[in-house]
Design a protein around this ligand. Structure first.
Ligand SMILES: [Zn+2]
Length: 270
């Protein structure tokens, strides 16, 4: 029985004890030889890849082309034990075009200080979510260059990939007033009364007063403020969804009067 089993294993080339011992050293040698050095491969392919992806047309400095090429190789080469042909690499780049354009755009924005018109257009049109971290700087560059066309496209990028807020900035026009009342894009700070007006605070407060429990109304009176978002009002102690933008609004005497009135109405037995 045992003999038969061993024989059949060998026939099927499965890892029987003997074959393992024989094959192990060979495999190790092969692997060591074939581990790809992506840095030197990037040096070899930087011209081909720069030509293919348009980095040459964009006139990127050599050092940046090298850096981006290395990053592209990280994406398109999934195993370092096997080197695909240049053609295969270019085909994979073509398949990942959208992501690779995003990387080229984001790295240009991060690494360059002076930009040509073509570079700026590429960054704004292809950067997508990857340019959001530097969007404020990009906005200032576009203002300096007076590229209003690109700024309006950047507004679309912010709406789609950024963190659009319920309150529009009166200075730059982006929906980007953050909970600290400042604009994420241009840094302008708005007043509380501007937020109240833009978010229709009084209307939302009236709705809240109608629907809240007496305990919640008392809580609001005690703290003297509420949180307001596009959806409505939350009390100071309620859980705030961090992905949503809430503004802290302090109650005015007239707001407090409305709340007190509601509380005294509810206390009257029907
Ligand atoms: Zn702004």
């Amino acid at each position: 029985m045992v003999l038969i089993k061993r024989k059949s294993r060998k026939k099927n080339n499965k890892a029987g004890e003997e074959t393992v011992v024989k094959e192990k050293p060979r495999k190790k040698k092969r692997r060591k030889k074939k581990i790809l050095d992506l840095d030197s491969l990037a040096k070899k392919l930087v011209q081909d890849i720069s030509e293919y992806t348009g980095m040459n047309t964009l006139q990127l400095p050599d050092k940046l082309k090298q850096k981006i090429t290395r990053e592209i190789l990280d994406i398109v080469i999934t195993s370092t034990s096997y080197k695909p042909s240049t053609d295969t690499i270019l085909k994979r780049i073509s398949r990942n075009r959208e992501l690779i354009n995003m990387i080229i755009a984001a790295r240009m924005l991060e690494e360059l200080n002076e930009f040509t018109d073509e570079q700026l257009e590429f960054i704004v049109y292809y950067g997508k979510r990857m340019i959001i971290p530097e969007i404020s700087r990009l906005y200032r560059i576009l203002i300096k260059k007076n590229r209003k066309d690109l700024i309006s496209y950047l507004q679309y990028v912010w709406e789609k990939y950024g963190r659009p807020s319920p309150v529009k900035c009166p200075k730059c026009g982006f929906n980007a007033i953050m909970p600290d009342y400042t604009c994420y894009i241009c840094g302008y700070t708005v007043t509380e009364s501007y937020i109240r007006e833009q978010i229709s605070f009084e209307e939302k407060l009236r709705e809240f007063i109608k629907e809240a429990s007496v305990a919640e109304l008392l809580e609001v009176l005690e703290y003297g403020f509420v949180f307001v978002s596009r959806e409505g009002i939350k009390t100071p102690k309620s859980k705030i969804d961090p992905s949503k933008i809430y503004y802290q609004i302090y109650l005015k005497p007239k707001d407090k009067a409305l709340i007190k009135e509601e509380i005294s109405n509810r206390k009257i037995p029907v």
